[in-house]
Ligand binder design. Sequence first.
Ligand code: NAG
Ligand code: NAG
Ligand code: NAG
Ligand code: NAG
Ligand code: NAG
Ligand code: NAG
Length: 644
Amino acid sequence: MHFFAILPFILGVVSCLRLTIAPGGGNTSSQLLYGLLYEEIYHSGDGGLYGELIRNRAFQGSSAPGRIASFQRNTDFWHPVGGVNLSIDTTGPALSDSLTYQLRMDIPAGTQGSVGFYNDGFWGFNVDTSKRYAASFYMRGDYDGDVECYFNNTLNGQKLSSSKITARQASSSRWFQYYFPTFKPTASASTPNNTFYFVFDGSKLAGKSVYFNLLSLFKQTYLNRANGLREDLAQSLADLKPSWIRLPGGNNMQGLSFGNHFKWNESVGPLQNRYGKLSTWGDIETQGFGLLEQMQMAKDMKLTVVLGLFAGLYLNRDLIPQNQLQLYVDMAMNQLEFLTGSTSTPMGAIRAQYGYPEPFEVNWVEIGNEDYLNNGQASYYSYRFMAFYNAIRAKYPDMNVISTINPSPSPDDGSGGIIDLHIYNNQNHFANLYNTFDQASRNYPVFVGEYAAIRTGTGTGSEIGAQTFGMACGEAIFLLGVERNSDIILGSAYGALIKQYDEEPNTVAVVKHTANELLHSMSYYLQQLFAQNMGTETLPITATEGGLGPVWWSATKTSKNTILKMVNYNGATGAANAVKVQITGSTASTAQLTVFTADSENSSNKLPSHGGDEHRIIKQTITAKDGLFEVAFSKPYEIVILTV
Ligand SMILES: *[C@@H]1O[C@H](CO)[C@@H](O)[C@H](O)[C@H]1NC(C)=O
Ligand SMILES: *[C@@H]1O[C@H](CO)[C@@H](O)[C@H](O)[C@H]1NC(C)=O
Ligand SMILES: *[C@@H]1O[C@H](CO)[C@@H](O)[C@H](O)[C@H]1NC(C)=O
Ligand SMILES: *[C@@H]1O[C@H](CO)[C@@H](O)[C@H](O)[C@H]1NC(C)=O
Ligand SMILES: *[C@@H]1O[C@H](CO)[C@@H](O)[C@H](O)[C@H]1NC(C)=O
Ligand SMILES: *[C@@H]1O[C@H](CO)[C@@H](O)[C@H](O)[C@H]1NC(C)=O
């Protein structure tokens, strides 16, 4: 409750506000302030960060945008070539215990020419001559002949690549895996309107049926990892310079209904071990971007991991009763040993067998997700949280255990029970949160594990996907409050991180993607700028000739620099209204000014093909006059960072 005490929002005219920054006397800042929430939502993973380009590669279920996905199998996103029939088949032997549905191709008697099928990809395919591609598939059936795979441009019918192998198999009783030679396309495509073909010699298959599973295509991945990440999207995350990540969610970790939580053991090992998961927002997930791939990403980007653990509550209020919770506690304990145990532990040995001998570091776990919702509060306090807490602390005494409800049920309560707060609201709500943590108890360290301004102004309508500069300015004022209180605010993360651009609903996200392009939101640049300009210590500021609003501020320092961040929020502009900044004890005569600006609060960034970014980041050097730096805003909504 005390976290949401809100100061009235003040709009006023400021004249010649003067800020005096003390040289010290503040608090030590958390170094985890800017982080990431990864979870599968609207193709964050499959068709997004996860490098697999084939959609419905292993026939794991049905996606149903805007509705609930299902394990109903289909041939969606696949199309026949050369008069064959495609269907889902369950005759044995299956490829694996987890992948028991396969694609069956029936070829009419008398067939000549090419037969096969093509895939639509995730809103098309990116075809790029500068990159390597690797395709593979499993096949069962009688076939001795060539197989070719290639991109076909659907706009002009042009074949953009080719890679061939020869299959020699006579058996319908076992599966053969084929890897095509890696290839580079012969021409790039300027749009994603491409399909990917697998074709066979029809005359050698006439009158037969053959079976396929795990049909795969990867473009060259981030850091060239096998089963890795889409390069440009992963690089965008790394470029944010985040310090921590919560994985694997979130609502999607919890699951929609009984049995649909994130099961770590079904997301690791060979891909044919991965059954698939009903994601929370209408998609069936391959789980190809599983626990180990997510941990590897965190390691590659040097991120501190906050591991989200399923705690017995589903989104539809299904609840694991107390006498059955032990199974889930055991699952979490196995998961922790799997990630952090040496290769001489039973679970650590399995991890090594899967190709990850080196243990991962996990020092933070979060018990559940948003347990104050869905009728979860009473059971969280009465048995769920403590069952996990006790088991985890008994084996890992130094583990930081985060509660999703405030206050934490942990016995550390009052002296370190960490909580995770989630805030989604309109732009002005965020601007009003500047002071909210000033009043917070210093005994409750906080992660703001999810936040986002999802509407402009004081709006109450539906979420606005095309995030505006004004929304980012509201968030910036909130982040100033986070930074000023970074003795107790451990970290923040925006929700959602990644979303497919075309998919409905149109919600906010830090980065949106099509097969060919990325849209970095205003908040992307805000988080990047704040992360790049983070201090190790907060600094007290004295304001004279004006007060907070419409200009808001926070100052920190590193061993080398003093950093002042200011947000103009519907404020005055021009030299006559410049903020005069004095840094006590500093003799510096010049300072670096970074201005994050846009034409108006309504500006929003677009895909490059739709006009591109509408913001500008301008760096300039300013000179002190009589020991004062004068910082003038050029727009009523603007964010500046002064570094001395
Ligand atoms: C440091 O934290 C204390 C509360 O523990 C707070 O009163 C003070 O304002 C903080 N200092 C700065 C510079 O934010
Ligand atoms: C393909 O399906 C059609 C319609 O069900 C059927 O008439 C035809 O015999 C099938 N062809 C093969 C080769 O199975
Ligand atoms: C090209 O692909 C885009 C994105 O999937 C789609 O909206 C558009 O309709 C396609 N254009 C054509 C001509 O097929
Ligand atoms: C490419 O796609 C077009 C339809 O868009 C089709 O007519 C053509 O046969 C395809 N080309 C190849 C080589 O598969
Ligand atoms: C994964 O673990 C859960 C709980 O421990 C278990 O119910 C499930 O059968 C396991 N899945 C596989 C594929 O072993
Ligand atoms: C921004 O949009 C709002 C709502 O449409 C409008 O009232 C306002 O005038 C716009 N601001 C600018 C600077 O265009």
